[in-house]
Design a binder for this molecule. Sequence first.
Ligand SMILES: N[C@@H](CCSC[C@H]1O[C@@H](n2cnc3c(=O)[nH]cnc32)[C@H](O)[C@@H]1O)C(=O)O
Ligand SMILES: [Zn+2]
Length: 432
Amino acid sequence: MTTLAITGGQVLLPDITVTRADVLVDQDGGEILEVGDDLASDADETLDATDSLVTPGFVNGHCHVAMTLMRGYADDKSLDAWLQEDIWPTEAELTPDDVYHGTRLGALEMIKSGTTAFADMYFMVPNIADAVEEAGLRARLGHGIVTVASNDEEAREDAREGLEVAEELDGRADGRISTAFMPHSLTTIGSEYLEEFVPQARDLGVPIHYHANETTNEVTPIVEEHGVRPMAYAAERGMVQEGDFVAHGVHLDESEIGLLAEAGTSVVHCPASNMKLASGMAPVQRMLDAGVTVGIGTDGAASNNDLSMLDEARDAAMIGKLETGDASAVPAESVVEMMTQGSADAIGLDVGRLEEGAPADLAVLDLESAHLTPRHDLVSHLAYAAAASDVRHTVCDGQVLMCDRDVRSLDEEAVRTQASEAAEALVDRAEN
Ligand SMILES: N[C@@H](CCSC[C@H]1O[C@@H](n2cnc3c(=O)[nH]cnc32)[C@H](O)[C@@H]1O)C(=O)O
Ligand SMILES: [Zn+2]
């Protein structure tokens, strides 16, 4: 057995308390052997964690990773205008190579900011899987199905691709890749396609993931056309079941929150995207009170504009207070729980907890900086003060992806150069 020890640090435990401990990892099995005292002695490799905080790797519950290529390309617009005027025309020019390079760039950013697992909805998913495998990350991937602008044949082809991706990529990268069936949203895919294809996804045994209730424009048309709220509409089509997860859930009423809680369908909260696109404020504290599993996601880099879960955690805490008018809502413990266990549970990965037997996915944050001084409460620091650049080591599945800010699984320089070139050529094609 090859072992890795992370020594001398403060460790964030599953009950969201911090204690002084070492972590011993079985690298072959990718599993945590022990969290305790003096575990260093005969490990094959040691990562120093003195004056550092060891946390579970952060879990980004909803993303479109390859959209890093469009970071900063179209800002300051509402969701509909942004998608229709800028994003979709540019995405129409994306090549499989672009998606690969954009995903590698996003993976690099995630490794550098302590994220070890994510859920992703995009297209050309085999190229995404290649980049994930190379980067050493863990992911739940799916093909985003949109039928609004297609004829029947194209729509069914797109839905079939969603099924194929879910079936064929599941288990790739030594099991680090799993899949889901991903209709884009309740308003961008026709009801007849949901009725035909959701049962087939159920037969594959994969979860279903989609954007829901992100803006009022995603609520009103469903109420007008079908006479029920979107979550009831989704439930009627078999899309609100245990293990399913929706992105956003901004405009949810009490009946919908109750439905999600009862079904065991999770919500991935994307606060930065919701603020930037002026979509609204999700009722996160009410969802938590009702027993809904809530995770946190960045959404794509073009509506955020970064993939740092630490930024997202702070945004979640801040907007949670603003939404309720109560400064005790969505406290530090809740956001730290949501960015680790909450997101992991939402996307159905058995990660997010540093304990014996758990997958060895973790991040180590350097605490020796002005903005993390003094150290009254490290959970508070994680939620409110820590930044992506504080992350010094990242480990996924027992493998060291970054050591002392040096990324091992990817050539940082090459990834950035190739992604920049792909992004420039992409925008050129889209504009000419
Ligand atoms: N098969 C579809 C792609 C769907 S992937 C997921 C889509 O979600 C888009 N997207 C990114 N952020 C958001 C958001 O916040 N709400 C809705 N859609 C988004 C993204 O640009 C991408 O087009 C097609 O060929 O167009
Ligand atoms: Zn999204």
